[in-house]
Design a protein around this ligand. Structure first.
Ligand SMILES: NC(=O)c1ccc[n+]([C@@H]2O[C@H](COP(=O)([O-])OP(=O)(O)OC[C@H]3O[C@@H](n4cnc5c(N)ncnc54)[C@H](OP(=O)(O)O)[C@@H]3O)[C@@H](O)[C@H]2O)c1
Length: 375
């Protein structure tokens, strides 16, 4: 018989393994969450493990139960998210766990999705012991994009920029290639592959003619290509022959309701029409339109003007800054006007990670006061 401390270690190890498995689904499960599951048999030995690999495919529990087979009977399932209770493209996982004879379920985070919630109640009603909250913070962080999109009803937004150590994203003459290293740029491709959409403003479109698709040094087969989105109010920045109009990935151009966008439709680009704001387009309408299309996470790649509008709209959930040990002394700052005029209004952030990427530094930070639904 294991001591309480040994049992706690077994639980934590199994959940950690489930979390690592869940992370392998990042970038390919949207609009679903990433989920990992580990099944230990009645003796506490590993019997099965799996993760949700792609939307429409089996859920993590199903993979793990299949691998465990008969050994699941009397065993414990560790799941990073509350097992679902609804029949979607696959059957309800709560029922699958009951049918497999699992007698204890430990999950990290409750499912906030109104259609799927209730799995824990179903399990309890069938006599299964259910525990919630093990490694919940880690599981929240691993599923931040999906949880945010369900809770706020809009995609999770990561604003990414690359700047000099003095905070500039281009030189005074607008040249900006390349501020950060090849290693940092490769890292950005990883962030792109994890996102459902990548967004730039018309200023960046005009200055850089960016391609915005995912490239990898290790080949791009099977890599998630996010939707490329250009916010081009008057449909004047995306010209015929623009690199975002190639077929490397789908592209959506957001324009004003009254913009003349005939040339974009002719070039085969998809166009979404949105209401104007005081400057440019309404950011909330843009995010709502993306959410409707099933976009759960976006990588906002700038530039500073559009990023300022997102910050002003309360629509930045995470900031990822790549800082290069380079000084410019003049040139645009990483963030333009965000509606903040005095120090007491400053958007305070908590740093969640600092990592050396080649010669550069990657800093990740989240608003100290989490973004709320009121915005
Ligand atoms: N180092 C980096 O990380 C990085 C990243 C990106 C860009 N950059 C650099 O940034 C520079 C371009 O930056 P930028 O600030 O001029 O351009 P931007 O932020 O890419 O685009 C700004 C434009 O977006 C449009 N827009 C649409 N809706 C908007 C809204 N709600 N609020 C604000 N703007 C809205 C506006 O033009 P319309 O109304 O005409 O559409 C606005 O002028 C380039 O030099 C580029 O190289 C650097």
């Amino acid at each position: 018989m294991a001591t309480a401390a040994e049992a706690a270690t077994t639980d934590a190890n199994a959940m950690r393994r489930a979390l690592a498995l869940a992370a392998r689904g990042l970038g390919s499960t949207s609009p679903n969450p990433v989920v990992g599951c580990v099944v230990l048999d009645a003796e506490g030995q590993l019997a099965g493990a799996g993760f949700h690999q792609r939307a429409g495919g089996p859920h993590a529990e199903v993979h793990a139960l299949r691998e465990a087979g008969e050994r699941a009977r009397g065993g414990t399932a560790y799941v990073t998210l509350e097992p679902c209770n609804h029949t979607g493209r696959t059957g309800p996982c709560a029922q699958a766990l009951i049918a497999a004879g699992i007698t204890r379920v430990v999950y990290a985070v409750a499912d906030p999705n109104p259609q799927a919630t209730g799995g824990a109640d179903t399990l309890r009603a069938a006599g299964v012991r259910v525990e919630q909250g093990l490694l919940a913070d880690e599981a929240e962080a691993g599923n931040a994009a999906w949880l945010t999109s369900v809770r706020l009803g809009r995609p999770y937004v990561r604003w990414k920029y690359a700047a000099t150590l003095d905070g500039r994203i281009a030189a005074a003459d607008s040249t900006s290639r390349w501020i950060t290293s090849a290693e940092a740029r490769a890292d950005v491709h990883r962030l792109r592959a994890e996102a459902d959409a990548v967004i730039v403003g018309s200023g960046t479109m005009r200055a850089d003619d960016p391609h915005l698709a995912v490239r990898g040094t290790d080949g791009t087969d099977g890599v998630n290509q996010p939707l490329r989105v250009v916010v081009d109010t008057d449909a004047t920045a995306v010209k015929r022959g623009a690199r975002v109009l190639d077929d490397a990935a789908p592209t959506l151009i957001a324009v004003a309701e009254d913009a003349d966008a005939a040339h974009l439709a002719e070039a085969g680009a998809e166009v979404v029409r949105l209401p104007r704001a005081a400057t440019g387009l309404d950011i909330h309408a843009l995010l709502a339109a993306l959410h409707t299309r099933g976009v759960r996470s976006v990588l906002l790649e700038g530039g500073p003007t559009l990023a300022g509008a997102f910050v002003a709209a309360g629509a930045v959930d995470t900031v990822t800054g790549y800082l290069a040990p380079v000084l410019l002394g003049a040139g645009p700052a990483a963030l333009a006007d965000a509606g903040i005029t005095t120090i007491t209004e400053a958007l305070r952030l908590d740093v969640t990670e600092t990592v050396r990427v080649g010669p550069d530094l990657r800093i990740t930070a989240v608003p100290a006061t989490p973004v709320s639904k009121e915005h």
